[in-house]
Design a protein around this ligand. Structure first.
Ligand code: ADP
Length: 374
C-alpha cells in the first residue's frame, strides 16, 4: 500500500470557474522524493495544501496508510512543512524556532534540547543557535525552516518552492543538501517547484502538472527520454517540433517502433511513435527532436543520419560547453497561416563544422530513434 493515496480529488475555490485540482489520482510511496512540477497555476500548491491539511478537498478521498485524513486537522497529520517565505518567528532565536514544534507537542525540555541540537547539526547550523532570523542569510533561514520541519521526525516533509528566493549558486547548494538529507533520513519528501532542472536534480519521481491534472508521473529519466505527450516533452528540457502527418496507419501495439511520417511538403522522415494509440494514415502528428540529438553539416556535405532537413543558418552562439545553432526549416512546407519553423541545435565544440556563416544553407540530421511523434 502506498503511504499517501489521492483518489478522484477535486478542489474548487469559491468563485473560480475552473477546478484548481481536477480529478487527481496520485500515490506517494514511503521513502520516496516526489516532486510536483508544472507551470504557475497548475495546481501544485493546492495539492500540497490538501495533503498538509491547510485546505479541504471539494470531493474525493486522501488516505494516509489507508486511513482517510480529509477531516484530520493539519497539526495531527505529523507532516513537516517548509514554504518559500521562511515563515520563521522573528522574535525567537534559531534554537527556539526549531524547538517550537516540540514545545507545542509538550516534549520534555531535556529531550527538546537534544533534538534541536541534532536537527541543527543536520543542516550545519550548530553555531547559530542564539541568532535571530534577521541575523541570518536567506540560505541559512531556509536551513532553519528545514530543521524545524525535521525536528519532530515527521513521516512526510512537504516543501513548497523552498529555494526560489535564493540566488542560483545557493539554490544549487541547497538542492544537494536536501538530496543528502533525504538519503540520510529516509523520510518521504514531497516538493513543489516550477523549475525543471530542480525537479530533475532532486526527485525519484516527478508528477508533471497542467491545469489541475497530472500529465505524466515518472522518473526524471523516463520523463526526459519518453515523454507521454507534447506538453511534457516541452516542459522538461528543450524540444524542436514540426507538424507532420502519418505515412501509414499504425496499431496501438506499435508504440516506440520507428514509423514513417511526412512533412507538409511531402518529405519522408522516420521517428518513434509515442502515444500507444492506434492512428489512421494521414493523422496530424507532432514530431519532436531534442536539440542535443541534431547533427549539422553544410548543405551538400554527407550526414550519416537517415533523417535530413534543409535549413538556413540564422544564428550561431557560443555557450561555453556547446554551440547553440539556430536554423530556419525552409523546405518543410508549413501552411501559409503558420510561421516557418525555427529549430535549434546544441552542438559540442568538436562536432561543429568549420567556417559556418549566418545565412548559409545547412543540413540538419537526426536518427529515427532520437525523434518522437505524438
Ligand atoms: P501552482 O502551485 O501550480 O502555481 P495553485 O495550486 O497555487 O497552482 O493554483 C491553482 C489554481 O487555483 C490557480 O488558478 C489559482 O489562481 C487558484 N487558486 C489558488 N489558491 C486560491 C485561493 N485561495 N482562492 C481562489 N483561487 C485560488
Amino acid at each position: 500500500m502506498a503511504l499517501i493515496e489521492f483518489e478522484r480529488v477535486f478542489k474548487h475555490y469559491p468563485g473560480s470557474p475552473t477546478a484548481a485540482v481536477n480529478d487527481l489520482n496520485l500515490h506517494i510511496e514511503a521513502g520516496e522524493f516526489l516532486t510536483l512540477l508544472g507551470p504557475s497555476g497548475s495546481g501544485k500548491t493546492t495539492t500540497l495544501m490538501l495533503l498538509a491539511g491547510f485546505e479541504a478537498p471539494s470531493s474525493g478521498s486522501i488516505r494516509l496508510d489507508g486511513a482517510s485524513i480529509e477531516s484530520l486537522p493539519a497539526h495531527q497529520r505529523n507532516m513537516g512543512v517548509v514554504f518559500q517565505s521562511y515563515s520563521l518567528f522573528p522574535h525567537m532565536t534559531v534554537a527556539e524556532n526549531v524547538a517550537f514544534p516540540l514545545s507545542v507537542r509538550k516534549v520534555p525540555a531535556t529531550t527538546i534540547a537534544e533534538k534541536v541540537s541534532a536537527a541543527l547539526a543536520k543542516v550545519h547550523l550548530e553555531n547559530f543557535t542564539h541568532r535571530k532570523p534577521n541575523q541570518l542569510s536567506g540560505g541559512q533561514q531556509q536551513r532553519v525552516a528545514l530543521a524545524r520541519a525535521l525536528v519532530f521526525e515527521p513521516r512526510l516533509v512537504l516543501m513548497d518552492e523552498p529555494l526560489s528566493a535564493l540566488d542560483k549558486k545557493l539554490r544549487e547548494e541547497m538542492q544537494l543538501e536536501i538530496r543528502r538529507l533525504h538519503r540520510e533520513l529516509g523520510v518521504t519528501m514531497v516538493f513543489v517547484t516550477h523549475d525543471q532542472s530542480e525537479a530533475m536534480t532532486l526527485s525519484d519521481r516527478v508528477a508533471v502538472f497542467n491545469q489541475g491534472r497530472i500529465e505524466q508521473l515518472a522518473s526524471p529519466q523516463q520523463l526526459y527520454n519518453a515523454p507521454a505527450n507534447p506538453f511534457v516533452a516541452n516542459f522538461l528540457g528543450d524540444n524542436n517540433m514540426l507538424n507532420c502527418t502519418l505515412a501509414q496507419g499504425i496499431a496501438a501495439s506499435e508504440a516506440a517502433t520507428p514509423t514513417g511520417v511526412r512533412t507538409g511538403s511531402g518529405q519522408a522522415l522516420q521517428a518513434r511513435i509515442c502515444s500507444g494509440q492506434a492512428m489512421a494514415e494521414s493523422s496530424a502528428v507532432k514530431l519532436c527532436v531534442r536539440p542535443e540529438f541534431l547533427q549539422v553539416a553544410p548543405e551538400g556535405a554527407a550526414l550519416a543520419t537517415p533523417n535530413r532537413l534543409n535549413a538556413t543558418l540564422l544564428d550561431l552562439i557560443h555557450q561555453g560547453d556547446h554551440w547553440r545553432l539556430v536554423a530556419r526549416l525552409d523546405s518543410v512546407g508549413s501552411n501559409a497561416s503558420e510561421a516557418v519553423p525555427q529549430w535549434f541545435a546544441k552542438i559540442s565544440p568538436g562536432a561543429l563544422p568549420a567556417g559556418l556563416v549566418v545565412g548559409q544553407n545547412l543540413c540538419l540530421g537526426f536518427r529515427p530513434e532520437d525523434a518522437w511523434v505524438f
